[in-house]
Write a protein that binds this ligand. Structure first.
Ligand code: ADE
Length: 249
């Protein structure tokens, strides 16, 4: 079982994880256990403050050292050996390969930053890794934690209904996904590609691989640059490119 501790000022946001969909089922199946730690529980003054004005001036508030450290320590005690991962736009950009490594851990602590940030000394003293989910700024790390948790959870053995799907899908082997269809066969004059109705599993596999390669070539050529192609894949991509450029002229 994967044990995750989350340090956050907004514990209720993690009900989204525990109460809905595949992650809720993974919690029920005891594939993962989430515990939430709130720095506010360690606030010392009568206002239960967890943030304060930045030294040097400027807008916004900074999360204070003491209550956040106490909360991280509480999480570390509950999850011995766990490393602390801060979600922040300053972090390394998360990729599927990172999610795969994280999903193999026994335990980890996620730290959701809020406001203008954390007191830098907290990062120096307590944070082991910093991750960003993309080059945009959220109002806090909670949604980023939820994104990371969701992506990890679906990789846990037994989390998905069909054990195959995590393997076959997008990015699993560095390509975008192929297109999917379900009934009816024709909708507004648009037909399902004939090969998918053929029952020829070899032809279907090749068609899907070709579409995945072609889409990646069209939409994310950067991914193709990082991925060696087999002889079959090279041939399928060449076919796709030929068909695509022929269709254009
Ligand atoms: N917190 C705010 N923005 C973020 C981002 N893009 N990734 C991770 N954590 C964040």
């Amino acid at each position: 079982m994967l044990r995750v501790g989350v340090v956050t000022l907004f514990p209720e946001m993690f009900d989204l994880y525990s109460d809905w969909g595949i992650s809720a089922r993974a919690v029920d199946r005891k594939l993962v256990h989430l515990s939430v730690f709130n720095p506010r529980d360690h606030a010392r003054d009568t206002h239960r403050s967890v943030d304060d004005r930045p030294y040097g001036g400027g807008p916004g508030m900074v999360m204070m050292f003491e209550p956040v450290r106490a909360s991280i320590r509480e999480a570390r005690q509950a999850l011995p050996g766990a490393r602390v991962h801060l979600l922040t736009p300053q972090g390394r950009r998360l990729a599927q390969a990172d999610i795969q490594s994280l999903a193999r851990l026994e335990s980890l602590v996620l730290l959701a930053g809020r406001y203008e940030g954390l007191d830098e000394r907290l990062i120096e003293a307590e944070v082991d890794e910093e991750w960003s989910i993309g080059d945009y700024v959220l109002s806090g790390g909670e949604l980023a934690c939820l994104v990371l948790l969701d992506a990890m959870t679906r990789l846990l053995p037994g989390a998905l209904g069909d054990g195959e799907s995590a393997q076959a899908e997008s990015f699993m082997d560095g390509l975008l996904d192929y297109p999917h269809y379900t009934r009816p066969e024709t909708v507004d004059g648009r037909r399902v590609p004939e090969v998918l109705l053929s029952g020829n599993h070899g032809a279907i596999r090749r068609w899907r691989l070709k579409q995945a390669l072609g889409r990646t070539w069209q939409r994310r050529p950067d991914l193709l640059e990082q991925r060696p192609l087999s002889a079959e894949e090279t041939g399928l991509l060449e076919e796709f490119i030929k068909e695509h450029t022929a269709a254009q002229s």
